[in-house]
Ligand binder design. Structure first.
Ligand SMILES: [Zn+2]
Ligand SMILES: [Zn+2]
Length: 188
């Protein structure tokens, strides 16, 4: 069940849907579509969002706009794990750091600053490391390059919609006169 955005050409009235979808690629290469809300769909196959992201098998399939030629490119990208305090690293850091700062500092302010800072640091460093590992094993993501003109300026469609004067190239009349229907959003 992809998210559907829509654009229409002010020159020839052609309309086009722009899709954004998430899938989970199994170890055997099987592809499970994840209907919205994706968290619930993942729960059905025994995974959480971050649990799936850590495997490098959670994939976003979307259409991105080239900032040079205005054409849409179908792009696959793996989803990287998000920063989460409530994982085992965050909890372990809390268990170790909290008694330590009480032991080391008398000032409550210092306890608070060093405690929270320390827990955040450990979590951030751990997540960056995790993301780097998932990225290094990535065999799924497409290069973020326009396959029509070679530009490296690909913009996710929802961001493109938010830009004033955003215009797509119309595949029917060949003019750069396709405007986003900003009020349109559907799940198909
Ligand atoms: Zn292009
Ligand atoms: Zn047109």
């Amino acid at each position: 069940m992809p998210s559907v955005y829509r654009a229409h050409c002010s020159n020839c009235k052609f309309t086009r849907d722009v899709l954004e979808d998430y899938v989970y690629v199994g170890e055997d290469g099987s592809i499970t579509g994840l209907p919205h809300p994706e968290d619930d769909a993942l729960k059905d196959i025994g995974l959480t969002w971050n649990g799936a992201a850590v495997t490098g098998r959670l994939v976003k399939e979307s259409e991105m706009v080239c900032d040079q030629c205005g054409k849409l490119n179908g792009i696959k990208e793996i989803v990287l794990p998000a920063f989460a305090l409530l994982n085992w690293v965050g909890l372990t850091a809390t268990i170790i750091i909290v008694p330590l700062v009480f032991f080391l500092f008398e000032s409550h302010l210092l306890q608070l600053i060093v405690g929270i800072g320390g827990i955040l640091c450990v979590t951030i460093v751990y997540t960056l490391q995790l993301r780097r590992r998932v990225k290094s094993r990535d065999r799924v993501s497409d290069d973020l390059v326009c396959r029509y003109c070679g530009s490296e300026g690909l913009i996710p469609y929802p961001d493109f919609e938010n830009e004033p004067d955003s215009k797509l190239l119309c595949s029917k009349c060949g003019q750069r006169t396709m405007e986003p229907d900003r009020d349109y959003y559907a799940l198909s």
